[in-house]
Design a protein around this ligand. Structure first.
Ligand code: HEC
Length: 268
């Protein structure tokens, strides 16, 4: 190998290791940014397991928590007011839904002159959004985006347990943790520093059914509500699953019996 050839091989090797090193470094940084948060502990949910169902009272309270707390920052644009009275949901009556929707105004149009106009929300409208667009949402939240919560319980791994852990996971940062401007420390948020300040406080939402007005109760209720919006047909799916299972059992039994009957007439 010539001298210059040698140098170019060395140079390339150097470049390759620099690139590899850079990638490793970037990878480590990313892993750090994405963070390794602890696995959220499992909670007792009425909707888990084969016979899981939603607790209507809990869904109604969860909706109240969303409406009074979370809705000032988070949209739920896949949910319509009329869903609140649908089978398998919180069980509001249709009149209640009309009244709930009427508390909001939505943009509609264009009218016959081509202008947009505001009107009272109706049951067929999607939940009103707190911000007009993502830029406005970010501008009001220190640059961070409060995600749409419609399907968040399914969009995050171990959704319900994670949501509950996140909402109850605000703690003092450990000694030596350098907090970035406007961030809060959360034991279950990947990376630990979250741009959402703790949203729930003891007695922050006035319950009328005697349920405890604690952060834990609010967190559990709003999580159940978010699970329902993410999977409104959960009860139906579980019921159908069970029925299919029963059918399979009976059907296998019949198959076995007819097999015995058929073969009993064959000489061995
Ligand atoms: C004052 C505004 C505000 C309120 C009120 C608020 N949030 Fe947030 N939320 C945010 C912002 C901003 C983020 C983005 C945080 C980030 O990316 O660091 C966020 C993020 C989230 C996330 C996403 C976490 C993840 O894994 O990415 C969830 C879930 C969430 N909020 C749920 C709720 C619930 C439930 C409530 C009501 C109990 C609520 N938030 C109330 C502003 C808010």
């Amino acid at each position: 190998m010539t001298h210059t050839g040698m140098i170019s091989v060395l140079r390339r090797a150097g470049l390759a290791s620099a690139v590899a090193g850079g990638l490793l470094f970037a990878g480590a940084n990313l892993a750090q940014a994405a963070g390794k948060a602890p696995t959220p502990p499992s909670q007792d949910w009425t909707f888990s397991g084969m016979f899981g169902t939603f607790d209507k009272g809990q869904l109604q309270r969860g909706f109240q928590v969303y409406k009074e707390v979370c809705a000032s920052c988070h949209a739920m644009s896949l949910v319509k007011y009329r869903n609140l009275s649908q089978d398998g949901g919180p069980g509001f009556t249709e009149d209640q839904v009309v009244a709930i929707a009427a508390e909001y105004t939505v943009m509609d149009g264009p009218d016959e002159f081509g202008d947009m106009f505001e009107r009272e929300a109706k049951p067929f409208d999607a939940f009103a959004s707190p911000f007009e667009n993502e830029q406005q949402a970010r501008a009001s939240n220190n640059g961070a985006y409060p995600v749409d919560l419609s399907v968040i319980a399914k969009a995050r791994k171990n959704g319900p347990n994670y949501l509950y852990a996140l909402l109850t996971g605000y703690v003092d940062p450990p000694a030596g943790e350098e907090m970035r401007e406007g961030m809060s420390y959360n034991a279950y948020f990947p990376g630990y520093q979250i741009a959402m300040a703790a949203p729930l406080f003891e007695e922050g939402v006035e319950y009328t059914d005697g349920s405890p007005m604690t952060v834990e109760q609010y967190a559990a209720d709003v999580t159940a509500f978010l699970m329902w919006t993410a999977e409104p047909k959960l009860e139906h799916r579980k019921r159908l699953g069970f029925q299919i299972l029963m059918f399979m059992l009976v059907f296998s039994g019949l198959l076995y019996l007819s097999k015995k009957k058929l073969w009993s007439e064959v000489d061995h």
